[in-house]
Design a protein around this ligand. Structure first.
Ligand code: GTP
Ligand code: MG
Length: 360
């Protein structure tokens, strides 16, 4: 048992002690004095509630970090062929064929390469209305595949995708798609991207460009190779043991099964039957499924999984944490809901009683 005090936690997170104590109460923990040790588990929970980057706390120092698959998000303008490209990649993948049917609407799946390495792919919509979804996609990913149609060229959501990737500090691999079309002009696309500030390898930069055709199924090997190479350079690792941390990419209500959340595992091991808090919702994992729909017992970093058993519908982008007891799950969920309601009210008040600027 390794403990930490709330005083120490305040110091390490730069947060106010009373604020942290309030959260401690919300998660159902009691301490007599500020110098009583709390478990690292609880400390992590509190830090998360306080909006502190937990990686700093759970300094994976000492924890064993192991290589993990890359998470790759496909982004680009509407109709430039993102989904088609993913479909094509899936067919070229040996293991995906072996695994059988893949649930497409979940927007996440795993492709196993002949080399044995695997990549987790996330599909995003290109329609202008889904900007928030793309921002989240960029935030949870290791690499962005920017799909640009060779005939259409750089369009508004191409630029938006570049900006999301840059904000999230995620490397971009460009896939110039639809190269089978007679009107395709990949060179023009490269020049356009270059003038938007993307330093392409052809121009001496380090952004890799691959010319592909999802329909003609050309350039796919090269794309996979490029992604694996990029991932290898990043030396992606994660803590495999210990409590799971994940992010929701999609949530929906199923008539028979209730709320379902698709999530990407970030660290730790998620085990079927555990209590989880997902955003402001909570539940006990009744069933854990991989992206082929198979019921599994455990999930590890970079795996997309679907959980069943939540009491309410979470939101895409919500984080997933594991808690020890039902009581704590309930409390955390209630605490978060109350906070959301307070924030909502405060915002509504501010809007209603907006005080005119006195300076002018
Ligand atoms: P959103 O998800 O709506 O943003 O679209 P998307 O980027 O996923 O595009 P999608 O894969 O749905 O493809 C759009 C259209 O382009 C479809 O009609 C595809 O058949 C076509 N298409 C996709 N890839 C290619 C390609 O390589 N060559 C040609 N000729 N057509 C393609
Ligand atoms: Mg699509």
């Amino acid at each position: 048992f390794e403990g930490i005090t709330i005083v120490e936690l305040a110091k390490r997170t730069g947060q106010n002690i009373n604020y942290l104590k309030q959260i401690l109460t919300n998660v159902g923990e009691k301490i007599d004095t500020e110098f009583d040790p709390i478990t690292v588990d609880v400390a992590e929970l509190i830090a998360m509630e306080a909006g502190v980057n937990v990686r700093r706390l759970h300094s994976d120092e000492g924890a064993v970090l192991e290589p993990r698959p890359a998470v790759v998000t496909v982004m680009g303008h509407v109709d430039h062929g993102k989904t088609s490209l993913l479909d094509a990649l899936r067919l070229t993948s040996v293991a995906a064929k072996e695994a059988g049917g893949i649930t497409q609407h979940l927007g996440a799946f795993v492709v196993s390469m002949p080399s044995g390495a695997s990549i987790t792919f996330l599909d995003t919509p290109g329609h202008a209305a889904f900007s928030a979804m793309r921002a989240r996609g960029a935030a949870v990913t290791d690499i962005v595949v920017l799909v640009v149609a060779a005939d259409d060229g750089v369009m508004p959501q191409t630029l938006e995708a570049i900006s999301h990737a840059k904000t999230a500090n995620v490397p971009i691999v460009v896939a110039i798609n639809k190269c089978d079309k007679p009107s395709a002009n990949p060179e023009r696309v490269k020049i356009q991207l270059g003038s938007e500030g993307l330093l392409l390898e052809d121009m001496g930069g380090d952004v890799q460009v691959v010319e592909v055709s999802a329909l003609g199924r050309t350039g796919l090997d090269k794309l996979e190779e490029t992604l694996l190479f990029q991932a290898e350079m990043m030396e992606l690792k994660a803590r495999i043991n210990g409590p799971a941390h994940a992010y929701v990419v999609e949530a929906r209500l199923d008539r028979g099964r209730g709320p379902l959340a698709t999530m990407i595992m970030q660290s730790g091991t998620l085990v079927s039957g555990q209590y989880v808090v997902v955003g402001a919702e909570w539940g006990r994992i009744r069933a854990l499924r991989d992206m082929t729909g198979k019921v599994i017992e455990k999930a590890w970093p970079a795996m997309p999984v679907e959980i069943e058993g939540l009491r309410g519908l979470p939101m895409a982008g919500d984080d997933v944490i594991v808690v020890e007891t039902e009581e704590r799950a309930r409390m955390l969920s209630t605490g978060r809901k109350e906070k959301m309601e307070r924030d909502r009210l405060r915002k509504a008040m501010e809007e209603k009683f907006e005080i005119p600027d006195a300076s002018g």
